[in-house]
Design a binder for this molecule. Sequence first.
Ligand SMILES: [Zn+2]
Length: 344
Amino acid sequence: MRPFYVVDQEVKAEIKRKRGKMPRIIDVHCHPYTKEGWKSLGKFRMHLEKYLYKKAEVTPESVSEEMPTDEEWIRPYRELEVVCTPVAWDAGTTMTGDGAYAPDEIYQPNTNDYIASLRDRFPDVVVASWGSVDPWKGQQALAETERCIKELKLIGLKFQQCAQAFMVSDKRFYPLWDLCQSLGAPVQFHVGYTGMGSGAPGGLGVKLKYTMDIIPNVDDVAADFPKLKIIILHPAEGRDDDACLVCMHKGNVYRETSGMWPKYLPGNVPKMWYELNRRLQDKIMFGSEFNLFPLEGIIAQHLELEAKGEYRQGILEKLFYRNTINILGEELERVGVDLKEWEA
Ligand SMILES: [Zn+2]
């Protein structure tokens, strides 16, 4: 199997031909699962290797061996003329045995310093980065949030409530949303189904309740913090209607597309697909979930759907960059991104 960080040259040529003069695509959600970075998924990554990629023998050493270096991780973005905003990962309380899940010696966070360093080392590709704090760390999480935004100049914060085992509407975490709102830092919340632990006995301890109830959980936070920009991640499989309704009802809630092959969107999340072409056409951004998915494969399928007339005129261009500039332009500028190539 070709590693996902090695671009299929035929697909690349097809993408180039189809996208024409379009400016660089902006990818708002991806993970640096690199030689060290993959360990942020710990045992879940080990399981994914079997569940998603159908591998028989998996050891931490074999996974590290197959993962890209930072430089290799960046390469597909350069080749395909895509910029990205990768996410950090801190679920230390729950993924190291102090909390809900069993001990896992493989786990290590994808730190905010690392995610900032990707941006600093590869500024042509990584235009901004999302930080991560473990919400269970209380005051420490608040201090780290401030450091992320003020010192590291990260654009906002990403949360994975299944991995971090918390409800966003739990009042204990309201100081976090309050702080993000006052700092002008948008947040990414996982919604719907998760691949973490999928198919394993007990789902490796992961509880779906943390991400399935978009109403009331995400809806409450959106209502209580109207100036907090919330990007709900993924197609919200299992909660298609609710994700669309919250995004429609709350002006401060947005969406992105990562985590599912685009060709399955019309069948698996028909409401999202319908509204992506209609009432939510200005609210959904492109995300890839690279390198759990191959970047060129994801982009090629979006372009294929457009070629088949499944996307209405102009929608894919909105998805690929226009919406992101409209939704996150202010925040991108705050962290020093020059928007002129997309505004021209
Ligand atoms: Zn993700």
